[in-house]
Each structure stands twice: as C-alpha cells, then as structure tokens.
Design a protein around this ligand. Structure first.
Ligand SMILES: [Zn+2]
Ligand SMILES: [Zn+2]
Length: 349
C-alpha cells in the first residue's frame, strides 16, 4: 500500500485539498482581515456619519461603529455559510474596540476566526449643522390668518405639521430639509427653512389641514458660481373662519366645519349641509364659536318647532326644529345665543 503524505508539511494524509493536507489548507486561509485601526467621521451635533463620500443621516452611534467595521472588514471570498458577530465596546468618548468573530466554510471545511479592531471617531460638524449654525436658509414661511390673528393652538399645530414634514423629507434623504428657526410675531409666525422645496411642502401640508392659501415670491439675494441665488417668501394665510366658528352668510347661520376655497358646515336652523365657494359669499360675519355654547332644557319637541328654556332669562324660546335634534323633552341640549337669535347645536359636537 502506498502511503500518501502532504508535500507541504510531510504529514500522512488521505485527504488532499489543493494538493495539501487539511491543516496546511486551513493554515493558508485567512477568513477575516481588517485594519487594526479604522477612522469614522461623525457629526457631534446631530450624529450623522460621513460614509462613502457623503454625509448620511443619523443612526445610533453603535450602529455607525458597526457599519464602519463592516465597510472595512474583508471576508475570504471562498467562504460560505458565514456567521459573523461584531461586539463593540466603548473605550472612551472617541474610541471603540470591536471584536469580530466569524464562522464559515471554505470548500466544505469549517473555519472560525476572530480579530479585534479599534474604531477612532473624528468629530466634525456636518454640512447641515454648519449651515444651521451659520444661519443659512433658503425660504421663509410667513404664517398669518385672513382678517384675524392666528390662535396659539393653530400656530402650535402649524409648527408640529412643519416639523413632521421636515422629518419626513430628511428621512427621504433631503438633509437640508431643516427648519432653521421659528420667529413668533404679533401677527403670526415665520418659519425659516433650509430648502425652498421644504417651504412649499410645509405650506401644502398646513393648507391641506386648515384650508387657506399661500403665495410665493422669490427674491434675488446674490450669486453663487455664476448662478442667481434666490430666497423665497411663502405668504400663507390661514382661513378667516375656523372649524367650530358660528357665522352668518346673508341670513343663514352656519356652524363651520371647514373653510378653505370652499366653506362647508351645518345650517343651524334646519340642520342641512352647507357648502359654497368662499369667493361667492357676500355678507359673511362671525357670530361666535361653538365653545360659547350653553346647556338648556328642551321643553317640548313638535314636528317643526322646539321649545327650550333660556338658562339665563328662564324664558321659553321657540325655535325651528333642526334635523339633527336627538334629544327628548326634559333633556339638556347645547344652544348658542347669537346676535341673530338662539340656535341648537348638533348633538355630536
Ligand atoms: Zn500539510
Ligand atoms: Zn450634523
């Protein structure tokens, strides 16, 4: 019988891989390779990372460190069924030790291997944060209301809508979609935005929610690389009337549901739906808001009229029966006293 031996180490063997024994074959293979030190550039303000030639939006610092190691780690190309684990350990403010361990197969032979690498963080302010700190902006969204001052609740809602829109745009990769600052004014609020596109998106979202309208006017502010540089002012007007306002249109009294290009609501006398183009309305006047409503006892309910007890004067008042009435005599219902008389309000309100 011919004994076979490994030409590399001289040991007896029956199994040859690439003409050497199993031990020699494994000894040749490096499953993992990685530089001893890896550098990562992270923005200290927002946590964004400079990766593959550009700033990328924030992940957790741990994730950034692991991604950095993955970018630099080389795994043997012949390896199959790779099981990689990375264990980071923070050494100090700017250094992480990461242990990489891998199990894999090369040509059917199982291997495992481990190594340590150090990730050093270079802290550098990113493009977005340096623009913000430098007061950079491309547009101003001026939030005002038509023929009135916007309420604090409306402005708070506008800010939260604007922040949501900006967050969504940033998630999609528009890193400059930031709100640089908000300025409260007697007549409303100004939002300074880092991107013209963001200004428009904010105006759309606010008018979708509140109604109202906006116009844009560009202003030349200089030149950059031979191109004109514009800033855009978005003049946004919240509608004159808000949801819940009680208004009169000619002689019809309406509780407003929405007010944009169209005014929609409920006619309080009859309970019928009201919807008209705002621009077609001539004599329009605010009488109050449904928050001014008071409770009154329903005394009687006839087919076309109801009687309620005025809670202040204790007089019995007869008004038309609105379609939405859903109470029995003896129940309390919401009424509103206006310059045009007393009206019952829909029960769902
Ligand atoms: Zn050998
Ligand atoms: Zn940053």
């Amino acid at each position: 019988m011919v004994r076979s031996f490994c030409p590399r180490c001289g040991n007896d063997t029956d199994i040859f891989i690439d003409n050497v024994c199993r031990q020699c074959f494994i000894g040749d293979k490096k499953l993992l390779e990685c530089p001893l030190v890896i550098y990562a550039t992270i923005c200290p303000v927002c946590g964004s990372v400079f990766r593959k030639g550009k700033w990328q939006s924030k992940e957790t610092e741990n994730q950034v460190i692991l991604d950095c190691v993955k970018d630099n780690l080389r795994i043997n190309r012949d390896a199959r069924n790779i099981d990689l684990t990375l264990i980071p350990e923070k050494l100090d403010h700017s250094r992480y030790q990461v242990h990489a361990g891998a199990k894999a197969e090369i040509r059917g032979i199982s291997l495992d291997s481990g190594l340590d690498t150090e990730v050093r963080i270079t802290w550098e302010t990113c493009d977005t944060c340096s623009r913000i700190s430098g007061g950079y902006f491309e547009g101003i969204v001026q939030i005002r209301a038509d023929k009135r001052i916007p309420s604090k609740e409306e402005l708070d809602k506008c800010i939260s809508i604007a922040e949501e829109v900006a967050a969504r745009a940033q998630e999609k990769g528009d890193r400059l979609a930031f709100i640089a600052k908000t300025v409260e004014l007697d007549e409303g609020m100004d939002l300074y935005v880092g991107l013209i596109k963001l200004g428009k998106q904010i105006c759309r979202a606010i008018t979708d929610s509140f109604g109202g309208r906006f116009t844009e006017s560009p202003k030349l502010v200089g030149q950059k690389n031979g191109e004109d540089l514009y800033r855009i002012t978005f003049a946004l007007r919240l509608p004159e009337f808000m949801r819940g306002d009680i208004i009169s249109v000619d002689d019809t009294v309406i509780e407003v549901r929405s007010c944009g290009k169209q005014v929609s609501g409920i006619e309080l006398e009859t309970g019928k739906r009201f919807i008209e183009n705002y621009s077609d309305l001539m004599l329009i006047k605010k009488l109050g808001n449904k928050q001014d409503a008071v409770l009154a006892v329903l005394i009687s309910d006839e087919k076309t009229a109801i009687q309620v007890l005025d809670p202040v004067s204790y007089e019995t008042v007869t008004i038309k029966r609105p379609e939405f009435l859903c109470a029995e005599p003896g129940d309390e219902i919401k009424i509103i006293k206006t310059a045009k008389g007393i009206y019952a309000l829909p029960c769902a309100d």
